[in-house]
Write a protein that binds this ligand. Structure first.
Ligand code: MF3
Ligand code: CO
Ligand code: CO
Length: 280
């Protein structure tokens, strides 16, 4: 894959807007994620909010990369053992479920913002809660590794080390990605790797960090719908996603919003040194 290209100050400004809007869709939908509702209903609500309130459009609706049928929904909803790209459906959510909602908006200026969060429906099992927490820490450890001069492998390594250190595994087939006027661009941000390896990060580059962490083995399979990815061993899977900018001094998380969860305690020290802007 080709090398990443730093954004101009104007593009960065537009990306701040796109990314905040994506995060605000998650803020909006959070109170509706309750037992008894369906992911189709959540999809409908998000679509209305994007189109009518934000005047954004969903990047996923009818998204059709080569070899895929058009994606049929405005958000991805990946439930329990679903890893990513889950298609919203009419099965009611129940207590104990864990759900990833992944939102990508396109602004009228043509810029993409991409973010996802886990939601715990009612009270989940100790394992499910720990998986969601460790996946969250993995994403933030990846973010804390971002600064000019660091390498992509530093991000992957930080994530892999924490996931595997907790007895979980990292999905290999999907990765973070550059983003801007396109949904997916260079670089590919693997969620595993070796420190000091891979492309050197430069100020102005924007990409996502979106580790998919499985409670069991890392293997996946695809459902016959042509989109939904599940764990091969049917173990639970969790994912969080932020879009980040490499700054002169460290990292700026672009997909922050009023209600997004704060960084975990685990990375408090490292982020303070790295982040120029307040984190919330
Ligand atoms: N938002 C996903 C990502 O983080 C991509 C979803 S593509 C879809 O890259 F078609 F499944 F919606
Ligand atoms: Co993404
Ligand atoms: Co996404």
């Amino acid at each position: 894959m080709s090398k990443s290209i730093a954004k101009t100050p104007e593009e960065i400004k537009e990306m701040r807007t796109a990314c905040r809007l994506a995060a605000e869709v998650l803020d909006y939908i959070a109170p509706f994620v309750q037992p008894g509702t369906t992911t189709l209903e959540l999809d409908r609500l998000c679509r209305e909010y994007m189109e009518k309130v934000q005047r954004t459009t969903s990047a996923t609706l009818n998204y059709a990369p080569p070899g895929y049928t058009p994606y049929p929904a405005s958000i991805c909803t990946s439930l329990n053992h679903q890893v990513c790209h889950g298609i919203p459906g009419n099965k009611p959510l129940k207590k104990g479920d864990i759900l990833n909602i992944d939102v990508t908006v396109i602004t009228q200026a043509g810029f993409y913002g991409d973010t996802s969060r886990m939601f715990i429906i009612g009270e989940a099992s100790i394992l499910a809660k720990r998986l969601c927490q460790v996946a969250y820490e993995c994403m933030w450890l990846g973010i804390a590794a971002v600064r000019p001069g660091a390498r992509l492998g530093d991000i992957g390594h930080a994530i892999q080390r924490h996931a595997e250190g907790n007895g979980f595994s990292v999905v290999r087939e999907f990765c973070g990605h550059g983003i801007g006027r396109n949904f997916h661009e260079a670089p590919q941000v693997l969620h595993y790797g070796k420190p000091g390896s891979g492309e050197k990060l430069e100020s102005g580059v924007i990409f996502t960090i979106e580790p998919m962490i499985n409670a069991g083995k890392a293997g996946i399979s695809e459902l016959p719908d042509g989109w939904t990815i599940i764990t091969r061993d049917r173990s639970l899977s969790a994912q969080w996603e932020h879009t980040v900018l490499v700054t002169d001094s460290g990292v700026e998380v672009l997909t922050l919003s009023a209600d997004c969860p704060p960084p975990p305690k685990l990375i408090a020290g490292s982020l303070a040194a790295l982040a120029p802007a307040p984190m919330s």
